[in-house]
Write a protein that binds this ligand. Structure first.
Ligand code: ADP
Length: 259
């Protein structure tokens, strides 16, 4: 694949104790920079604004009120981009911040503007780093509606840019027959060609206090990808170098691809 969207979950960026995982972020920057240097077009969809904001403000818990969460996210987004900028600079890559809201789904004009901007950035050899604009979009933070989680956002970005592959890095090796943290008998699905109700039932919620979507939102995302005949790999982001292995065709994580 030439054009690749990579989505990283909070767990790839932040340790369970709330500290920022600089090693992982650096490795991610290295891998993506190397791929870009080899002629790939890379788009990164990154969560983590709240986690980084909590760290920055020395809070140890997600605030309850939505405006407070949005304030934390606003602080964290700036800090997160600062960290990315530093790490990507080491590998001589220019990055760009793109914050999106759901009007890109509803309004063709907004959608076209986003498409044009992303195409321009890619043609300039820049790596766009995308997140939902938490100040505008409350849904990203709302566990009830979950409309705008980054799993969904990454599929929308893949569609808009006609990316050939979406790589989703999470804190788990892939999609299992049941939540492996609760059921040790759970088996990893290596390849999923179609998502039906049976598979949907195997997906559970997130166990992580920073995680938003859980496996349900990843499966919904995969369904969207399959619907437009795209491919998606869900893999563990503990070592971002796993992206090299995925692109080399190694049997890693869960591949969602039609027959
Ligand atoms: P991220 O922050 O990367 O988006 P989430 O925490 O939202 O990740 O989702 C991953 C989590 O989903 C896993 O850590 C696991 O606890 C949970 N989960 C629930 N059901 C499953 C399943 N069938 N297979 C794998 N993970 C599952």
């Amino acid at each position: 694949p030439k054009r690749i969207v990579v989505k990283v979950g909070t767990t790839t960026l932040i340790y369970p104790n709330g500290n920022i995982n600089l090693g992982s972020i650096d490795e991610l920057a290295f891998v993506l920079s190397d791929l870009k240097n080899r002629g790939k077009e890379i788009i990164l969809v990154s969560s983590g604004a709240i986690g980084v904001g909590l760290n920055q403000l020395q809070l140890n818990q997600r605030p309850v009120s939505i405006p407070k969460q949005q304030a934390v996210a606003a602080v964290g987004q700036a800090e997160l981009m600062d960290i990315y900028n530093q790490r990507f600079q080491v590998y001589s890559q220019q990055i760009a911040q793109v914050l999106l809201t759901r009007d890109i789904v509803e309004y063709p004009e907004s959608r076209n503007n986003v498409i044009n901007t992303l195409e321009e950035l890619l043609s300039m050899g820049i790596i766009p780093i995308i997140n939902e604009n938490d100040t505008v979009a409350v849904d990203e933070l709302d566990h009830l509606t979950r409309f705008g989680d980054n799993d969904r956002l990454s599929t929308i970005v893949s569609e808009l840019t006609h990316a050939e592959l979406l790589i989703m890095l999470s804190d788990i090796d892939g999609f299992y027959s049941d939540n492996p943290l609760k059921n040790t008998q759970a088996k990893l699905h290596r390849r999923v060609t179609k998502i039906d109700d049976d598979l949907m039932k195997q997906a559970g919620a997130s166990n992580n206090q920073f995680g938003t979507g859980g496996m349900v939102s990843k499966l919904k995302a995969a369904k969207r990808v399959l619907d437009v005949e795209g491919s998606m790999v869900l893999a563990n982001g503990k070592r971002p170098k796993v992206i090299f292995d995925i692109l080399n065709g190694a049997d890693i994580g869960t591949l969602f691809k039609g027959e």
